[in-house]
Design a protein around this ligand. Sequence first.
Ligand code: NAD
Length: 323
Amino acid sequence: MRILLTGAGGQIGHDLIGTLVAAGHEVTPTDLAPRPPSHAHAGGEWQRLDVTDAAAVTKLFTEVRPELVFHLAAILSARGEADPRLAYDVNQTGTWNVLEACRALHVGRLIFTSSIAVFGPPPSGPLPDPTPDDVPLHPTTMYGVTKVSGELLCAYYRARHGVDCRGVRFPGLISAAMPGGGSSDYALFMYVDGVRKGAYEAFARADTRIPLMYMPDGVRALLELAMADRERLTRTIYNIAAMSPRADEIATSVRRLLPDAQFTYKPEAVRQGILDSWPKALDDAAARRDWGWAHAYDLDAMTDDLVPRVRRMLELGATLNTH
Ligand SMILES: NC(=O)c1ccc[n+]([C@@H]2O[C@H](COP(=O)([O-])OP(=O)(O)OC[C@H]3O[C@@H](n4cnc5c(N)ncnc54)[C@H](O)[C@@H]3O)[C@@H](O)[C@H]2O)c1
């Protein structure tokens, strides 16, 4: 299959490209940024594409003629609060441009990557725990606002123009890669700084609990949804879930492998506020029913796999931001 990725240089693109290439697909990775060194050997020729540039999106889609598009390009939650205008341009206008190109060029299928950031505390009280697909959406961040809009645009283009757009609401994703400025980054840094410094001061409270997922499950979810029969899908966008540990439960899991690691908690107001506005856990019954979604990694299984990978990544000299 001819597959194009936007935002391919990011955390998800890193793992998704390799999986798609291994499955024999013809992959065109695109991103605003040049190919990162970590993505050196994956996919076809790297194409520079700014999704906010409508003409450039149409031109490249015309050249590549993708049958399937994974639309990953976005500005994530914490960075989006620092620069809401940029988040609006990339997430809102960029998604519009990609949908328009899919409509005009009859692209068969588009996969949209939404987020738990579409949720926020409703005026009537806290979110249900676990939070189902269909609750009133009251996002508190520009990132969440643009993801709600992207979900609605997907449903609109599907109903009005027959663009087969489908998507998942990802929990915070954890992998041995450079995080992109999301509010869930504290979880990954427990592993990274646990390995390289033997200590980490989290920017979240010890009792912070949000839905998380290990990247191999996240990549598999995208592929399984992309390949699912349209007739089986009763929704455009699906909650998917794997685990919902508290921050101090992640620390306990990491300490099984790194017994000397010290974890402390110093909540930082903006990111803690974002984390507190999100669901504690997701109800993903529709995804499990419609396309057979099932996660493979719980917290300890993720820790067992991730700690050696983080160690290897650090030995290879990867430079990560500390938050
Ligand atoms: N990582 C998570 O925890 C998570 C959770 C929920 C949803 N998602 C969604 O999954 C998708 C991919 O996330 P990720 O973790 O790989 O993010 P990331 O920040 O690691 O990567 C995003 C990529 O988009 C690119 N980009 C930024 N502006 C662009 C533009 N104008 N044109 C083209 N590319 C541009 C960046 O260069 C970057 O490579 C995003 O849509 C994100 O909202 C991610």
